[in-house]
Write a new protein. Structure first.
Length: 110
């Protein structure tokens, strides 16, 4: 378990992205880095330092805070922080295979 995407890229074959204790995306590493799907995965990718953004004084952050385990929101747990949330996100999304071995738990892909 890590937030260091460089370690994931170098040491793993498959990537599982978790948010608030729930698996929200799973894919082979090369697929995940080429096509992250879940809005939280997009947020993680934009927060990671790269050769292009190392000169920036501040990195991008994901707005809001991770909910306490005892106060998880109904539906998608990322909904309160998600820039793409819509009404259906108030329901729990199923895990969906969007392409071979690439799974995402998000209403945007259903």
């Amino acid at each position: 378990i890590t937030h260091d995407l460089g370690v994931v890229d170098e040491a793993a074959d498959d990537d599982g992205v978790m948010y608030a204790g729930e698996l929200v995306e799973q894919a082979p590493v090369h697929t995940f880095f080429a096509r992250p799907l879940h809005p939280y995965a997009h947020g993680l990718m934009s927060c990671a330092p790269t050769v292009d953004n190392r000169s920036q004084f501040r990195l991008t952050t994901i707005s809001g805070s991770v909910p306490a385990p005892s106060r998880l929101p109904k539906g998608c747990t990322f909904r309160p922080r998600c820039p793409r949330a819509f009404e259906r996100c108030g329901q729990v999304p199923p895990m969906l295979e969007t392409e071979t071995d690439h799974f995402v738990r998000c209403w945007l892909y259903i």
